[in-house]
Design a protein around this ligand. Structure first.
Ligand code: BMA
Length: 364
């Protein structure tokens, strides 16, 4: 045997015997971070925080959370509705180029990105809130619009796979598809499809993104709204443990009044118990009070829910909705009467903004 063949053989044997420690993927690292904050802090999130606020638009480094508290949120939510139509901006007029830029920036700063998707259905191309036409049965495998729906997923995947750093790292994120399926307002809602159809849609979407399109930097959140009282009800649309990493709940309504705050807590306990049994992350994935008419909302409602011992010790994050100058806001801007309460709430030891998260990660 030639000398170089010997050295090749020896090298191969050495490599296969010394089994180098597995390098963790970005997705695994993100999951570990989310699990590790549990019991230490609750990450605070805000939708579209870099994109706009009251009353500014796309100002480098700006965020209403930063303007009020001095720091950025730890979780950054972005919306992808419209990507399936091949247009340049999402349904809230934020360009996809900017969304990509913001998500990469959040990643570099040590934050966590999460994507929501309110697609225009491929059946009628009206928005997610149009329930006039049955859509889900047509887009799942075997449906009349299944092939067309795959093209929508292609567009979504192409965007997700384009959120890449200069070093070539695909930015990891939490995807929260087909959320609030227990509500009536979306074309994938409770009155527009059966639980079995929804599950099939969920599974197909994730399988397709992961297996056909190589979206391997994605964690997945399951987030019904507030319409459940038992574990069984909560899991009505659950696609299965192999599809979901974040066991979530969206909830606005229960946090409007003192009377329902207890229900929000009870529901989070259902979420938490399931997540803990399965070794998954739990979260209050979307909440807020439109235009914050109750100025104490951050301390007296959200603050009360998150002060519950079991909630505080278990959920990893929460996220409030967007501050669109033309439509509505969910986080105060400086000078709004609720700003003082939001600040007080976010000063709590267990409420974490970006600096708290990055400091924690350095200590790990
Ligand atoms: C809703 C509203 C809409 C918006 C949508 C997607 O809750 O804020 O104005 O288009 O979310 O971001």
């Amino acid at each position: 045997m030639k000398a170089y063949l010997w050295s090749f053989l020896i090298l191969t044997l050495t490599l296969s015997c010394s089994a180098p420690e597995q390098v963790k993927s970005e997705k695994e690292k993100l999951f570990e971070t989310l699990l590790s904050v549990k019991g230490h802090g609750i990450l605070f999130g805000h939708q579209d925080t870099y994109a706009y606020g009251y009353t500014w638009n796309d100002v480098e480094g700006n965020s209403d959370v930063k303007r009020v508290t001095g720091d950025y949120p730890a979780v950054f939510g972005w919306e992808l509705g419209g990507i399936e139509k091949g247009v340049v901006a999402n349904l809230d007029t934020v360009s996809f180029d900017n969304i990509r830029k913001y998500a990469i920036k959040a990643y570099h700063q040590g934050g966590i990105n999460t994507f929501s998707w309110h697609p225009f259905s491929v059946v009628d191309r009206v928005d997610s809130w149009n329930t006039d036409n049955k859509v889900v049965d047509k887009i799942i495998p075997g449906g009349s619009h299944h092939e067309a729906f795959k093209k929508d997923l292609d567009a979504l995947a192409n965007f997700l796979n384009s959120v890449v750093t200069e070093e070539g790292i695909k930015v990891p994120f939490i995807f929260r598809p087909w959320h609030e399926m227990d509500g009536t307002w979306f074309w994938w809602g409770v009155e527009s499809c059966t639980p079995e159809e929804l599950k099939e849609l969920f599974r197909f979407s994730i399988d397709y993104l992961r297996n056909e399109k190589g979206v391997n930097q994605m964690l997945v959140a399951y987030s019904p709204d507030r319409n459940f009282y038992t574990r069984q009800e909560y899991l009505t649309w659950y696609p299965g443990d192999e599809y979901v990493d974040v066991i979530g709940m969206d909830n606005y309504y229960d946090l409007y009044t003192d009377g329902l705050v207890g229900e929000a807590i009870d529901k989070l306990h259902i979420v938490i118990d399931y997540a803990n049994e399965k070794g998954k992350v739990s979260a209050l994935t979307e909440t807020g009070y439109e235009n914050i008419p109750d100025s104490t909302w951050y301390t007296s409602k959200l603050g009360k829910v998150l002060a519950d011992k079991k909630v505080a010790e278990n959920i990893s994050y929460t996220l409030v909705w967007r501050n669109d100058p033309l439509k509505h806001f969910f986080f105060p801007y400086p000078g709004h009467p609720s700003a003082k309460y939001a600040k007080e709430f976010l000063k709590r030891e267990e409420m974490w903004l970006l600096n708290d998260l990055t400091t924690f990660k350095k200590q790990q």
